[in-house]
Ligand binder design. Structure first.
Ligand code: ASP
Length: 597
């Protein structure tokens, strides 16, 4: 039977013992990482979140009953050991407590453990589904424990920095109003208002703007947000933002406090010196040079525009794209002229996944001649001009995409990242931060056949573009900014519209009637009638920030209880069917055929 803890008090965590404790009587508590029975000696490693310490049961000197009990120890039993710390003869340099051990006088088995579904080891080759089902066991592993401790450090330091900068932490509701702009909402039915629903917040955007109207001046929150999206890539249906809003500010003020925040965080958590100012790049330059609005600037391999060079050449793929209003751009891959055909074909297939019809390529051989998929369509001079424009040298491989600008950006942007990774061009130790600014205010949605807000409908137009905003707004730039780290967008925000006539025009451009705008955002528009300070803010994806700091592969590695791609939790088995009675109370009828019926 599991024994009681009565009368025992843990001295400290396992790996907190040091040589300074030698000779002292201590109490150690934790899980049995492993217990090796060597006959007359039993070596037991006791582990907790700090690490582990070795306990040695010696048949010759240990109390007989204690020794007998030690023989029963198995993986993950929870034990308490009273004993004396002594210096170890066989030093283990890999362990924090590798120079000491505990010589026990008492052993209690506080809890036993069944055979585990997988061993608790740092790297385990186990299916992720199984690990998620037993997440509480997965969380005993060192890397995950370290990630969660790092996450805690980040949140504590965030609170400290922002409080010291005059931000106040305010909680906003999680039962909000559904607003169709943006991603799909998670809905919560109201029992007392049958047929009515709350929406879980996609972000505290409107509340934080209202707090500025209230005069709170600077707000922050570690806000849980919910977005019902198809979970491509590395997304979670619920995630955490470090959300903030500031009054009486313009772009520079938000960038300044956030640059200092990042410097502080990376210094305190990782002892990394982030040099200020952080590099900046206009959105249009990011797209033209990197084919991405979140460029990974740890390596070059920039896109080069050769539209002007090839517009009159003999290669129809290029000239047709230009005639259709598109562009021709290329990548100059250094030293890869000898890339095997098979590998090039794989790149072409990859490019097709991003919408390319194909990829044209040219390699510059060591003797200076060209080998190319399109040389027969071009004169020697045309080819030379193209190679020069690309900065191509002997031994280089040139890859080209010709299409609409958006497609070319997407294709070469993706290819650039793939090549950067495959050719080992990325220095994994680097943290390259980048502010991307001057985003377009709108983008055209083919699906809805109208302009939609690229950030959100409350984002201010750039001062220089205010006139255009009232005449032909398509190409206006926004007072929006993203903070990018190693090719990941870790945060984004904007200066908000605080002038009613600009907000009204915004809704007009987005195709909202006055009534519809009022129905959805009336409370905000009304609030703005009573004195609103100029304001702006930003939100970080906390999970992503921590993932990058921890060098983890996925945000699932830095979230205690993550969901799978289909938004379910394999451990508690949710979402799940609920009782008829519950549905009835909520006046909800489910229109799904039961499986098999
Ligand atoms: N609420 C915005 C977002 O979630 C961030 C911001 O504009 O502050 O992307």
């Amino acid at each position: 039977m599991a024994e009681s803890i009565k009368g025992l008090k843990r001295t400290k965590r396992c790996a907190e013992f040091t040589e300074g404790d030698i000779g002292k009587e201590v109490v150690v508590m934790g899980w049995v990482e492993r217990s090796r029975n060597k006959g007359s000696l039993i070596f037991t490693d006791v582990r907790d979140r700090s690490g582990l310490i070795q306990v040695v049961f010696d048949e010759a000197t240990t109390d007989k009953a204690v020794f007998e009990k030690a023989k029963e120890l198995k993986f993950e039993y929870v034990v308490a050991v009273r004993g004396v710390v002594q210096k170890r003869s066989d030093i283990n340099e890999k362990l924090k407590t590798g120079t000491i051990e505990v010589i026990p006088s008492e052993l209690r088995i506080l809890s036993t453990s069944d055979v585990l579904p997988f061993p608790i080891e740092d790297e385990i080759p186990t299916r992720e589904e199984l690990r998620l089902e037993y997440r509480y066991l997965d969380l005993r592993r060192r890397p995950l424990q370290e990630n969660l401790m790092l996450r805690s450090k980040v949140t504590v330091l965030t609170r400290k920095f922002l409080s010291d900068e005059g931000f106040i932490e305010i909680e906003t509701p999680t039962f909000c109003k559904s607003t169709p702009e943006g991603a799909r909402d998670y809905l919560v039915p109201s029992r007392v208002n049958p047929g009515c629903f709350y929406a879980l917040p996609q972000s505290p955007q409107l509340y934080k703007q209202l707090l500025m109207v209230s005069g709170m001046d600077r707000y922050f929150q570690l806000a849980r947000c919910y977005r019902d999206e198809d979970l491509r890539a590395d997304r979670q249906p619920e995630f955490t933002q470090i959300d903030m809003e500031l009054s009486f500010v313009d772009i520079e003020d938000v960038i300044d406090v956030n640059s200092r925040f990042l410097k502080y965080l990376f210094k305190e958590v990782l002892n990394y010196d982030l040099e200020l100012p952080i590099q900046r790049m206009k959105w249009i330059d990011a797209m033209n040079d990197y084919g991405s609005d979140k460029p990974d600037t740890r390596f070059g391999l920039k896109l080069k525009d050769v539209t002007g060079v090839v517009k009159d050449c003999g290669f129809g793929v290029f000239t047709n794209a230009v005639q259709d209003g598109g562009v021709v751009k290329g990548l100059c891959v250094k030293g890869q002229a000898a890339m095997p055909r098979k590998k090039i074909d794989a790149l072409v297939d990859y490019a097709k996944d991003y919408g390319a019809k194909g990829l044209a390529y040219l390699s510059i051989e060591e003797d200076g001649s060209f080998k190319s998929s399109f040389s027969k369509f071009m004169t020697e001079d045309e080819l030379k001009n193209l190679v020069n424009a690309m900065g191509g040298e002997k031994g280089d491989l040139l890859l080209f995409a010709a299409d609409k600008k958006k497609v070319v950006w997407a294709v070469l942007g993706a290819l650039r990242l793939k090549l950067g990774e495959e050719l080992g061009l990325i220095d994994e130790k680097k943290f390259n931060f980048l502010w991307v600014t001057e985003f377009p205010l709108f983008e055209f949605s083919e699906e809805e056949n109208r302009l939609v807000a690229m950030h959100h409908p409350f984002t201010m137009v750039m001062d220089e573009d205010v006139d255009a905003f009232f005449k032909n707004p398509e190409n206006c730039r926004a007072k929006a900014y993203d903070i990018v780290l190693n090719g990941n967008e870790i945060g984004g925000g904007s200066i908000r519209i605080h002038q009613p006539e600009i907000q009204e025009r915004m809704f007009e451009v987005l195709g909202f009637t006055k009534e519809k705008a009022h129905e959805q955002f009336g409370f905000l528009l009304d609030a703005f009638k009573y004195g609103v300070p100029p304001h702006g803010g930003l939100a970080y994806g906390l999970d992503r920030v921590v993932m990058l700091m921890a060098h983890a592969k996925s945000i699932r590695e830095v979230i205690a209880f993550p969901k799978t791609k289909d938004a379910s939790c394999l451990m508690v088995k949710t979402p799940s069917v609920v009782d008829e009675k519950q549905l009835k109370e909520l006046s909800i009828k489910v229109d799904i055929q039961k499986q098999g019926s």
